[in-house]
Design a protein around this ligand. Structure first.
Ligand SMILES: Cc1ncc(COP(=O)(O)O)c(C=O)c1O
Length: 382
């Protein structure tokens, strides 16, 4: 029997071993990591809300009023007023009949996909869909088909040949490791043509797209929004807190409540988490959220200009993939940047396919021009 150490050694030899890095400060554009200050280009906190005073206060007030934990799963006694208030607010914002919140985006994906399709049904996934969506698909027992990233022709062939059960197309609005966008309008046309269901994960779209910051779906307008059967997202990235959500029809939500195992068999998130997440959504959809969005896009423009002589790119989200190729080289580059006081994580297999390792740079509204200059200078010199 192969030992755990042997398996770890093998990962290490291939430059695929992961190690935890300790952050000894609050999150922000600058953090204390392993005892030293570094500029942070690794966070999904695109608007910098993780230490927004009003959200922190909401969390504290939530603890004072509702206690530290929810004591049971939602279907036992863990469904508390703050969970309901968050869900009502989410449904209203999204223009949907109902919404449901989860401890994490990961559990939202797994519970939802698992609940809505099963044996005899078909899931059609974009090849770059997030691990949580893939795991939900695998667990569901449905037939799983994959189309190349944004490959509409193949998507159509798969829709044509899907069986007679439910057919669920799953995409992200903003792809987490590439930062590019789903061809949502075309995908909507196809899903309508073949009568399929569509789930869109807005994990990296929330906060950065749309007048109210609700994501790419809002940005594209009602014709897209109405065609999305399952709006999904997380409250741990732009919202700066933690948690996941889905929104859609009342019957879709009720089915997930009844059949989503990751929802049913798990303690409800702390009520204070829901109080803080609601406050974060209020801020995202306010004029303050709008200013933060503008700052994020202007930071992205500045960064693009700073690097124009080194590499051309057109940011379509807070995520900028800096393609390297081999895992070993990506790791070496990430370490070199860290030596210079800049943290940008190396993304390797299995998060991305073999041979496509990269640095995943995330720019936020909180980065200063000096911090953007620092990263661009270090990247240029590497
Ligand atoms: C596209 C996508 N979906 C879902 C998730 C899971 O969300 P959470 O981190 O809230 O579990 C992530 C997080 O990495 C993600 O990038």
């Amino acid at each position: 029997m192969r030992s755990f150490d042997d398996e770890l050694l093998e990962l290490d030899t291939k430059s695929l071993k992961r190690e935890l890095r300790w952050v000894n400060s609050a999150q922000g554009s600058e953090i204390q990591m392993d005892g030293r200050r570094v500029v942070n280009f690794a966070s999904n906190d695109y608007l910098g809300l993780s230490n927004h005073p009003a959200i922190m206060q909401a969390m504290k007030d939530g603890v004072d009023q509702w206690g530290a934990g929810s004591a049971a799963s939602r279907l036992i006694t863990g469904s508390m007023t703050p969970h309901g208030e968050l869900e009502t607010y989410l449904a209203e914002l999204k223009g949907c009949e109902a919404a449901l919140s989860f401890s994490t985006g990961y559990s939202a994906s797994v519970a939802t996909v698992n609940a809505l399709v099963g044996m005899g049904d078909t899931i059609i996934l974009d090849k770059l869909a997030h691990a949580s969506l893939i795991d939900g698909a695998r667990l569901s027992g449905a037939t799983v088909r994959v189309f190349p990233h944004n490959g509409l022709a193949k998507l159509e062939r798969l829709l044509e040949s899907a069986g007679s059960g439910r057919v669920l197309v799953i995409v992200e609005s903003v792809y987490s490791m590439d930062g590019d966008l789903a061809l949502l309008e075309d995908i909507v046309e196809l899903k309508k043509k073949y009568g399929a269901l569509l789930l869109v994960d807005e994990a990296h779209g929330l906060g950065i797209y749309g007048k109210l910051g609700l994501g790419l779906i809002e940005h594209l307008g009602e014709s897209v929004s109405e065609a999305v059967d399952i709006h999904m997202g997380t409250l741990g990235k732009s919202a700066g807190v933690a948690g996941g959500y889905i929104a859609g029809s009342r019957s879709m939500i009720d089915l997930v409540v009844n059949k989503g195992r990751a929802f049913i068999y798990s303690t409800a998130p702390p009520p204070a988490q829901a109080v803080a997440a609601l406050k974060a959504l209020e801020i995202i959809s306010s004029s303050e959220g709008d200013s933060l969005r503008r700052k994020l896009w202007s930071n992205l423009e500045t960064f693009k200009t700073l690097l124009r002589d080194v590499r051309e790119f057109n940011p379509t989200s807070g995520i900028i993939p800096w393609h390297v190729g081999e895992a070993e080289d990506a790791l070496a580059l990430s370490n070199k940047l860290l030596d210079e006081g800049v943290f940008v994580p190396a993304i390797r297999y299995p998060t991305v396919p073999h041979g496509t390792a990269r640095l995943r740079i995330t720019v936020t509204a909180k980065h200063t021009t000096a911090e953007l200059e620092k990263l661009s200078t270090v990247l240029s010199s590497c």
